[in-house]
Design a binder for this molecule. Structure first.
Ligand code: HEM
Length: 79
């Protein structure tokens, strides 16, 4: 959400080729709530999953990640 995402991704067995603009205009609290909502409505969420906090989002905001890094992170999350 902070960085957006662009290019080819495969989700639910389907291929998507589009772009999501970064959503960093939202506050840390809002992004934590959105991420918690998205993860909490996945069926089923990962066993060790915990709600996101505004502090975690504030930390993530300070970390720079490029497009290749984002795609690598996504692949790791889907393992
Ligand atoms: C704050 C609100 C938003 C949330 C919580 C959200 C959430 C997400 C998430 C979690 C993904 C990753 C899906 C995946 O990796 O499988 C995603 C991808 C995407 N989002 Fe959003 N999104 C938001 C706003 C938007 C907006 C405003 C747009 C369009 C104007 C958008 C368009 C897209 C597109 C096109 C993708 C796929 C990108 C690609 O194909 O590489 N999203 N979104």
């Amino acid at each position: 959400m902070l960085n957006g995402l662009a290019g080819k991704i495969v989700a639910g067995g389907k291929t998507f080729m589009s772009a999501m603009p970064p959503q960093k205009q939202h506050s840390d609290e809002e992004i934590a709530a959105l991420a918690t909502y998205v993860m909490g409505t996945l069926n089923p969420p990962p066993a060790d999953w915990k709600e996101y906090t505004a502090d975690e989002i504030a930390t993530l905001r300070t970390e720079k990640i490029d497009h290749q890094g984002l795609l690598a992170l996504r692949a790791k999350l889907l393992e």
